[in-house]
Write a protein that binds this ligand. Structure first.
Ligand SMILES: *Cc1c(COP(=O)(O)O)cnc(C)c1O
Ligand SMILES: [Zn+2]
Length: 432
């Protein structure tokens, strides 16, 4: 049916795309551009360069964007719609409305780590409790405009939640593919939205391969992080915009970001660059630091060995949301961290658990394992002298601790179980 439509419209209407409709309204986005060879591709369901297979980036005619025009927008990522590949009326279309999550000043944690000024951007406050709601909301908006009718993804867990919820709100069908050994909490919190959840025997990289094959066979399915990846990935920029706006239109000096595929880190760097070139903030690009778990650390290993090539690994870590053994944006993470004076570091699973407990105990924020990775890497970079304790720093907590309870359940619990008497309480806590 869609093929007929394409054939019909192409002959009658020069302003058509391969998605089979008139030139899509993706706001101020003008075309796609290859990150490697700068080849230009029209807006459409394309994700790899035909010339060199490099990743495609969304390019814009930004026009004027002011602090005032942004501040007049809704308290969600749609306040930045002029900087995203989404229809101009995106705020009126059903979606999960993620974003504008709290930027918390973390004085207790800063004191404990011997730092001057530290902030935690708490993306656990998103609709399905991770930063993935940002990328999925943008992918959904773009996918509908490009003529897709089904939403799908391969996922390490949080993306499954976000896709299932967004599709439910949009009233469209979804298919979500996960590794079968995923945390129980993330399976339940995806399935509840009525998606078709498929557990695949294999690791994330196996699931991803299956998704790519299926994407080739179902032309109406938007696999958010596969065939509409250029649009999807742009959603991560909003973390950078919000951080700057919430600091009073300033950039911090250092940022620590967890790395799975690396897309988030790459796009936050792009966001900071856009803010500077649009005159929305002044000053220098922050030093950007990447955080990985030792059991899946292909990017930090390459960083430490001074290599530009990222060697794939077989992941084995409790930080399952970061367990991508063959990260698509790995080489770009290396470029950016080196160029900005940052670094990529990794920590053991025990340090991840300690990181979760440290953030919870000092700031009242319960992070999932990815947040534990970020806090533990922050502490390690400080110990190693790679991060300046006197420079203003922002860390991203990208997910919610309730989704990875098993990581901390063995090491925290009640002080004791007592009979309901004051004597029993005094015996348990003599100093109270
Ligand atoms: C997916 C995910 C990340 C990493 O995202 P990439 O863009 O793939 O590097 C970080 N934290 C959490 C909680 C995630 O779910
Ligand atoms: Zn190219």
């Amino acid at each position: 049916m869609r093929r007929d439509l394409v054939a019909m419209t192409i002959t009658q209407e020069p302003e058509t795309t391969s998605a089979g409709k008139n030139r899509p309204d993706l706001g101020r986005a003008t075309h796609l551009s290859c990150r490697e060879c700068a080849a230009t591709v029209e807006l459409g369901p394309h994700y790899a360069c035909m010339e060199c297979f490099g990743p495609l980036e969304v390019a814009y005619a930004y026009g004027t964007v002011t602090r005032e025009s942004i501040e007049a927008g809704p308290a969600s990522i749609w306040r930045y719609k002029d900087l995203l590949p989404v229809p101009s009326n995106v705020a009126d279309i059903p979606n999960t409305e993620p974003g504008f999550t709290p930027l918390l000043r973390a004085d207790n944690l800063a004191r404990e780590l011997g730092m001057k000024t530290l902030w935690v951007k708490n993306d656990a406050a998103n609709p399905t409790h991770s930063f993935k709601d940002r990328v999925v909301a943008v992918a959904l908006a773009a996918a509908r405009e490009l003529g897709f009718t089904v939403l799908a993804c391969p996922s390490t867990g949080n993306l499954a939640n976000a896709v299932a919820a967004a599709a439910a709100r949009a009233g469209i069908r979804s298919f979500v593919f996960i590794p079968s050994d995923l945390e129980q909490q993330k399976i339940v919190t995806s399935a509840v939205y009525g998606t078709t959840l498929v557990a695949v025997e294999g690791n994330y990289d196996d699931v991803n391969r299956l998704a790519s094959e299926l994407a080739g066979q179902h032309e109406d399915w938007a696999f958010v992080n596969v065939n509409v990846r250029p649009y999807y990935a742009e959603g991560s920029k909003t973390l950078g915009y919000e951080t700057a706006e919430q600091l009073g239109w300033r950039l911090p000096r250092q940022v620590v970001i967890p790395v799975a595929s690396g897309a988030q880190l790459v796009k936050v760097d792009k966001a900071f660059g856009e803010l500077v070139s649009l005159g929305l903030v002044e000053g220098e690009q922050p030093a950007i630091f990447g955080a990985q778990a030792e059991g899946c650390s292909p990017v930090s290993t390459a960083f430490k060995e001074g290599r530009n090539v990222v060697k794939p690994v077989r992941p084995s870590t409790i930080a399952k949301s970061l367990a991508i053994g063959n990260p698509a944006d790995g080489p770009y993470v290396l470029d950016i961290t080196r160029r900005t004076g940052g670094a990529v570091e990794d920590v053991t699973d025990d340090e991840v658990v300690e990181g979760i407990r440290l953030l919870a105990r000092t700031e009242g924020v319960f992070a999932e394992t990815a947040g534990g990775v970020t806090v533990a890497v922050l502490a390690k970079l400080l110990r190693e002298g790679q991060l300046d304790p006197g420079a203003e720093t922002v860390i991203f907590n990208t997910g919610e601790g309730l989704k990875t309870l098993d990581a901390v359940a063995p090491v925290v619990g009640p002080a004791g179980t007592i009979e309901p008497t004051t004597e029993a309480f005094r015996a348990l806590v003599p100093e109270a």
